[in-house]
Design a protein around this ligand. Structure first.
Ligand code: PLP
Length: 401
């Protein structure tokens, strides 16, 4: 047996909580029925997937909801349903994850990157300057940070830009009390293991627009069985789009839906638990020399499932030293400033299939972004220990000559 050293954190940054017992039982019921395909229902039966959609629509206040195979699929489906054509420009964040520009590339459209601020949100001055270049914005609420959504919507409305929100990190978050995903035309979510509810893979698309909703259902592969949906528009809307909308299969299945329904019912509790952990790390980091905490605007209700801080204008070798020293003490950090993409940390200039102009102001910020996951398997005391390790190691490297 190795002795547990208090100086070394021994938790696992990729360990999720188990699926709730209720979800496991619901999944077993689906397995026993053999009816895993969402449209394979017995006479008079409602599918788990249709019920999931109905429940998520109610939870977010959206008129329509479609569950799909992944978050990336939801975003590409939204772009198609809105009518983005090959070669069209689509504005998007320079600081986001690879599936975001990937969704744009998947419809052969062209990402136009918008910079990032020290608050880690989309740079609204840069957005304003580029607003005449595209008719669609794929807005990523990257790492759960919401920008000033009032100003963003004003800029987009003034310029006739349709907004799709990527809420992969903001399921459960809000701006001025309005759920993220409900300010733009379409909201997209991911239920992949590292997000706020976990079905391994999965995505949602929500909207109040009946035509986009109907097209999305057909696109997802409804085989004209759209009347089996509970959060979709009326059949006459489908009549208008069904012969001109291709089937690009990407459905959700009943097994994953069964696992997700109890998790969505628990979302508020989970958000609270995440934020207790987030605040413990945030408080512990304050006052660390050379380290900039990301202050959250008061209009924002966030979900602290990960935390970021800035080591702004640090020399790269010193950042690497911090990462190494923290890793030696069991604290796994990700750095968006590395020369090569590593795990999930790519950035606009890593996506070489998409042209991009240099963005020196954003480059300075990206070079200093440090990211850490906060799985719910960590206790608040774990988070306090992690913060103490970070504070000591960042402080030691900063003060060294
Ligand atoms: C995970 C993620 C997605 C897409 O999710 P998948 O379900 O993995 O396709 C989109 N945007 C961001 C910012 C993400 O982190």
């Amino acid at each position: 047996m190795t002795q547990k050293t208090p100086d070394i954190f021994t938790g696992n940054f990729t360990q999720q909580e188990p699926i709730p017992q209720e979800g496991i039982e619901a999944a077993l019921a689906v397995l026993n029925s053999g009816r895993l395909h969402r449209y394979n229902v017995a006479e008079g039966e409602l599918s788990e997937t249709a019920l999931l959609e109905q429940e998520f629509a109610a939870q977010t206040g959206a008129k329509y909801c479609l569950a799909v195979a992944s978050g990336g699929y939801a975003m590409a489906c939204a772009l198609r349903a809105i009518g983005v054509q090959p070669g069209d420009a689509v504005l998007t964040n320079a600081f986001t994850l690879a599936p975001v520009p990937g969704s744009i590339a998947s419809v052969n459209a062209r990402p136009v990157f918008v910079g990032v601020t020290e608050d880690l949100v989309i740079d609204l001055d840069d957005l304003e300057a580029k607003a005449d270049q595209a008719k669609v914005l794929m807005l990523s609420h990257m790492r759960g940070h919401l920008c000033d959504m009032d100003r963003l919507m004003q800029i987009c409305d003034d310029n006739g830009i349709t907004v799709i929100e990527d809420c992969a990190h903001t399921m459960g978050a809000a701006w001025n009390g309005v759920p993220s995903g409900r300010m733009g035309m379409v909201g997209c979510y991911s239920m992949q293991t590292y997000k706020h509810v976990n079905s391994g893979e999965g995505g949602f698309l929500i909207t109040d627009d009946e035509e986009i909703a109907a097209k999305a259902v057909i696109l997802s592969g409804s085989y004209m069985l759209y009347e089996r949906h509970l959060a979709a528009p009326a059949p006459e809307v489908f009549e208008r789009v069904k012969y001109v909308t291709p089937n690009v299969s990407g459905r959700m299945d009943n097994l994953r839906a069964a696992i997700l329904r109890p998790q969505l019912r628990d979302l508020d509790t989970q958000v609270q638990r995440w934020n207790e952990r987030y605040v413990a790390v945030e408080e512990g980091l304050r006052g660390t020399p050379g380290l900039q905490v990301i202050e959250r605007p008061e209009q924002e209700t966030y979900v602290g499932s990960s935390i970021q801080f800035l080591l702004l204008d640090w020399q790269p070798h010193k950042v690497k030293d911090v990462l190494k020293r923290c890793a030696e003490r069991g604290v796994e950090l990700k750095w968006f400033g590395g020369a090569e993409p590593n795990g999930f940390t790519s950035r606009y200039d890593s996506w070489r299939y998409a042209e991009s102009a240099a963005m020196p102001t954003s480059d300075r910020i990206l070079a200093g972004i440090i990211d850490m996951r906060l799985p719910l398997t960590f206790s608040v005391a774990d988070c306090e220990q992690i913060a103490a390790i970070l504070k000591a190691e960042v402080g030691a490297v900063y003060q060294a000559a």
